[in-house]
Design a binder for this molecule. Structure first.
Ligand SMILES: C[S@@+](CC[C@H](N)C(=O)[O-])C[C@H]1O[C@@H](n2cnc3c(N)ncnc32)[C@H](O)[C@@H]1O
Length: 324
């Protein structure tokens, strides 16, 4: 209340009833005018700010960011639900409609329950490819791209190399190699029929010629390749049983047969690879961060120039050796 109004009221309190009523009417008129001015000012402010405020949909952005897979490079995997990408989200003009809100909410519930984002989107980027993923088949990890890098370097100077990916899962390693070395003959094996089916589907969808075979390690290879293989590459199951229980639910969503393993698989792989590789051929394997020296020791029994390569986090990740 202004000072003038207070004085008028005080005066009106001592004045005759007619004058007091007139003072109260004046006061009501001033209040109405003031309220109207505030409403008009707010409306103008909102109208002026709208072009900058409207594109941001904080609800959609917040949910999409919560759907981000932990430690993954693309921070907005949940945007698949909205049928957009990260840039599209920030440029959005429209708010969520009821269906989108329901779908995003459902996806958020699944994420909170530990369903990997890749099982919601049905895909995973790997090097230059986008692979289809399905429950029941190991989801390719970004650190495995280092193994592909090492594998490609190992056959850099080999014309039309023959490459075998053992335990191919979605086909990630085999397909990335074929994509980046179209002159290579690439074969892949997996013991799991679901993986073989998915790797073949990925190969067909991407138009990459990879011969995917079902069976144990190098067993399914055609006999005529014996002694002709330039490179054996593998990301075998290597999580020790004592670590399995403490893995996050996203990781446990992968089939246990694709995760659980020890050094025994490297012993078998090295022994088999030695029989299929040509002289001077290479074996490259992904390893558990704590297993560098153990696996290097296994390869040194039959391979030379055995090296351990670190990933971007500085952890031992790949062991490479050469057949004499
Ligand atoms: C850690 S996953 C790797 C999948 C894929 N190479 C990748 O990096 O995304 C291990 C894969 O090896 C397969 N596997 C396990 N034991 C095998 C064996 N003895 N012979 C062939 N494949 C095997 C599993 O089915 C699984 O698909």
């Amino acid at each position: 209340m202004s000072g003038t109004t207070a004085l008028e009221l005080a005066a009106a309190g001592r004045a005759a009833p007619r004058e007091r009523a007139a003072a109260l009417r004046r006061l009501a008129r001033r209040r109405t005018a003031l309220f109207g001015a505030v409403v008009v000012a707010l409306t103008v402010a909102v109208a002026l700010a709208a072009p900058w405020v409207a594109p941001f949909d904080p609800y959609a952005q917040d949910l999409a960011h919560r759907l981000r897979p932990p430690g993954w490079r693309d921070p907005a995997g949940g945007l698949h639900v909205l049928g957009t990408d990260r840039a599209g989200l920030y440029a959005r003009q429209d708010r969520l409609d009821a269906r989108q809100a329901r779908e995003l909410g459902r996806a958020l519930c699944q994420r909170c329950a530990g369903v990997p984002i890749q099982h919601l989107t049905g895909e995973q980027a790997f090097r230059r490819l986008t692979l289809e993923v399905r429950p029941g088949v190991f989801i390719p990890r970004p650190e495995t791209e280092i193994l592909v890098e090492v594998a490609l370097a190992a056959v850099r100077d080999v014309e039309a190399p023959v490459v075998v990916d053992v335990g191919t899962g979605t086909g990630a390693i085999a397909l990335a190699i074929k994509d980046e070395r179209p002159d290579a003959t690439v074969l892949a094996t997996d013991v799991a029929p679901e993986a073989v089916e998915l790797a073949r589907a990925n190969a067909a969808r991407l138009g990459l010629e990879v011969d995917v075979r079902e069976g144990d390690l190098l067993g399914p290879l055609p006999e005529e390749l014996r002694g002709w293989v330039d490179l054996v590459v593998s990301n075998p199951p290597y999580v020790p049983p004592e670590e399995y229980e403490d893995l996050p639910p996203e990781v446990k969503a992968d089939p246990p047969e694709a995760l659980l393993g020890g050094t025994e698989v490297y012993e078998r792989l090295a022994a088999e690879a030695e029989r299929w590789l040509r002289d001077g051929g290479a074996l490259a394997v992904e390893i558990h961060a704590e297993a560098g020296e153990t696996v290097a020791g296994i390869l040194r029994r039959a391979f030379m120039d055995v090296r351990v390569r670190q990933d971007l986090a500085g952890r031992d990740r790949v062991v490479l050796g050469w057949r004499p």
